[in-house]
Each structure stands twice: as C-alpha cells, then as structure tokens.
Design a protein around this ligand. Structure first.
Ligand code: NAD
Ligand code: TDX
Length: 341
C-alpha cells in the first residue's frame, strides 16, 4: 500500500481521514478525488494544503473515464470510498442522485479498479443499512432492512462490493459507522445545523417527539476506525464503527443549547421525517478485536464541536447561502409553519 485514493475526501468524514492519514503515514501518498457537490468543500482540506504527500483531483466516481485517469495517473493501489450523497432528508426529497452516486458510483469504482488491478478497496458505509433497531445492538452478520432511499442506496453499494469480492476475488473491506459529529460537518445534519441556527437565535426544528435514538461517534474516532479496518481488516469482511453512546435527539439538542448558553425555548417540535428510523445501535466488538477503541466521550466531543463552530463561523456562514437556503426552504418552511399553527 502506497498510493491511496480517497474518494469524497473533501466532505466531512473523508477530509478528517485525509487530515489524519497525511500526518500518520508520511510515506503514503493520499489523493483526494471529489466531485465537489454542495457538500464538498476545499476549505476542509486547508490544514493539508502544504502537505507534499497530498494531492487533490476534482472528479465524479460515476464517471468511468475520470476514475480510470486518476487511478492510472497516480498509480493508485488502494481506494477508500467516502463519496456519497449522505443526507437522509435530501434522499426523501430527491432520491435519484443517491442511486447514481451511492450505487452506480460504487460499481464504477469497483469495475475500473478491477480492470486497472488495484489492491484493497474500502467502502465506507453506515449503520442505517440495518434499519430501525428496536432493541439490542446490530452485529455485522445481521440482515439489512434499510428504510430511506439513502439507506437503501448505501445497502446497494455494499452489495456491489460484496459481489466484487465473491465473484472477482477483489480485496474489499466495508466499514459501517454510526452517527458522526465534529468540526467541518455540513450544517444540514442535526449537530451542526442546530449549533449554527441556535447561535443566530433561530428556531430548531426537532422532528416528532425528539425521542429517536442515535449512537454518536466523534469524527476523529471514525477516521481512526477506518484506518484500522484498512490496515488490519480481513478481506471480504465488514466492521461496525460505533460510538456505543446512545442518546435521544432531544437530549443532544438540549446539551448543545446549554453549551451555547441559549434557551430551550428555541426548540420547536415539527412534523416528523417520513419513514423515520426510531433507533440505531451497533456493537463494535469486531473492530475492537483489531485494536480500535473510541477515544472521545460524547460530552467532550460535543464541547469541542460547539467550540469549533463558535470560533469558525468564517467556515459555515459562507455555506449558509444559495443552495443551502433553497434546501432549507424546501425542508423546513412548511414544517416550522405547521409547528406555529
Ligand atoms: P458528506 O456529504 O459530508 O461528504 C460527501 C463527499 O462526497 C463530498 O465531498 C461530496 O462532494 C463527495 N461526492 C458526492 N458525490 C460524489 C461523486 N459522484 N463523485 C465524487 N465525489 C462525490 O458526507 P460524510 O458525512 O462525510 O459521509 C462520508 C461517508 O460516510 C458517506 O459514504 C456516508 O454514507 C458515510 N457515513 C456517514 C455518517 C455520518 O454520520 N455523517 C455515518 C456513517 C457513514
Ligand atoms: O432538523 C433536524 N431535526 C431533527 O430532529 C435534523 C436535520 C435531524 N433531526 C433528527 C433526525 C435524526 O433522528 O436528528 C437525528 C439525526 O439526524 P441527521 O443528522 O440527519 O442524521 P441521520 O438521519 O441519523 O443519519 C446520519 O447518520 C448515519 C447521517 O446523516 C448519515 O450519513 C449516516 O449514514
């Protein structure tokens, strides 16, 4: 392993992985390959701007020619695929892009990778493939019951990866991460959305009763988990990366408000997300068996995250324009109006 292609490396978790790997493995070359959709942001890679072992190439994982060209030009031997449409609410409004990138894009990477003869292929997937877990903790052999178009598209991507391992003997590893939070997360997801809206004293739209449960994982713990799976994971296997710290949404929201010194009256219960999964929970024993441990507690991680958004409004204020405002209108205007009436 020498030349690693990080697809989707300008997004939230991909850029954390790149920032970590560039320093942890100075003898590797990291190439970020990213389409720069609304969620891709070169500011996320500013900390590695001067790193001699990192390069950036703009491109689409569903475009065969661009994928082939970047693999050949940089003599890539390993792919870590973060590239995806990643937001559940957007998949409910407009599912097509999810199928194109999260299924067809994964197929394209696998197929071109196979033809060029790359080594390991790591697919970054999600706990959402297991669906709504009413009780207990998902293990890697559990069946898939995805409920949103996003979750279904990620499950489809995983199925392609599995088939390339079984059929062509490709060296593949899958990781399934839980709800990730931390610096540089696009402010459409619960944590950065609520922090940045609350900073401006705007209403925080909590879906339904706010009693849904998520398992929270700090972004750097997620990035290290992918590193462990990349280096030590067994070919053909999948590994859960879980914070194993379950919280109700309403508790997370109230903690953020308290850290910001803002009143709970900003919280507004709005009509629920369609098909909303009530609970995610995974068991991380398998990855722990390879030496991974979560390092960040939720309290410490949330504190760091709130501080980061408070001191880095240069990063998110310019995002909250144009496309972001169009999406906000489609997603929240009617919900907030319903909450008021
Ligand atoms: P993100 O939306 O912040 O970033 C996605 C990145 O992929 C962006 O930089 C975007 O420009 C790029 N991209 C999108 N379509 C592309 C295409 N066709 N070709 C090339 N690049 C493309 O997402 P994230 O939160 O960083 O998630 C990264 C990965 O981790 C995703 O695969 C997601 O499914 C998975 N995941 C996310 C979480 C989470 O809580 N955020 C949890 C588990 C798994
Ligand atoms: O405005 C909101 N109000 C609200 O109540 C938003 C944006 C979210 N929520 C709720 C929905 C969820 O129960 O908060 C919870 C977390 O929502 P998201 O941040 O949208 O995450 P989720 O839907 O759980 O999916 C995330 O975790 C798994 C990521 O977005 C996925 O990429 C990942 O695969």
């Amino acid at each position: 392993m020498k030349n690693i292609l990080v697809t989707g490396g300008a997004g939230f978790i991909g850029s954390a992985f790149v920032r970590y790997m560039v320093n942890a493995y100075p003898h590797y070359t990291l190439v970020t390959f990213d389409k720069l959709t609304y969620a891709g942001n070169l500011d996320n890679l500013l900390p590695v701007k001067n790193a001699s072992n990192h390069h950036f190439e703009q491109g689409d994982i569903a475009d065969r020619e661009s994928v082939q060209s970047v693999l050949e030009q940089h003599k890539i031997d390993t792919i870590v695929n973060f590239a995806a449409e990643s937001h559940v609410d957007r998949s409910i409004l407009e599912p097509e892009a999810f199928i194109r990138t999260d299924v067809f894009g994964v197929y394209t990477l696998l197929e071109v990778g196979r033809q060029v003869g790359i080594g390991r292929f790591v697919q970054v997937s999600t706990d959402e493939v297991y669906g709504d877990v009413h009780e207990g903790f998902s293990v890697e052999t559990d069946s898939f019951l995805p409920n949103s178009p996003y979750a279904a598209s990620k499950a489809g991507g995983e199925m392609m990866v599995r088939s390339y391992h079984v059929t062509y003997g490709m060296d593949t590893v899958i990781t399934r991460g839980s709800n990730t939070y931390g610096p540089y997360q696009y402010p459409e997801k619960l944590v950065p959305f609520f922090i940045t809206e609350a900073m401006d004293d705007k209403p925080l739209p909590l879906y339904g009763d706010g009693m849904q449960i998520r398992d929270w994982l700090y972004v750097d713990d997620h990035a290290r988990g992918i590193d462990v799976a990349l280096h030590k994971g067994k070919s053909g296997e999948a590994y859960n990366i879980a914070g194993e710290d379950l919280r109700h949404n309403i508790e997370v929201a109230k903690k953020m408000l308290s850290l910001l010194g803002k009143p709970e009256s900003l919280l507004k219960h709005v009509p629920d997300r369609e098909g909303h999964d009530r609970r995610y929970a995974m068991n991380a024993d398998k990855l722990r068996g390879l030496g991974w441990e979560r390092q960040m507690t939720f309290e410490e991680g949330l504190h760091n995250t709130v501080s980061w958004y408070k001191t880095n409004d240069w990063w998110w204020r310019k995002i909250k324009t144009g496309e972001y405002l169009d999406y906000y209108k489609k997603q929240y205007a009617a919900r907030l109006a319903a909450a008021e009436s």
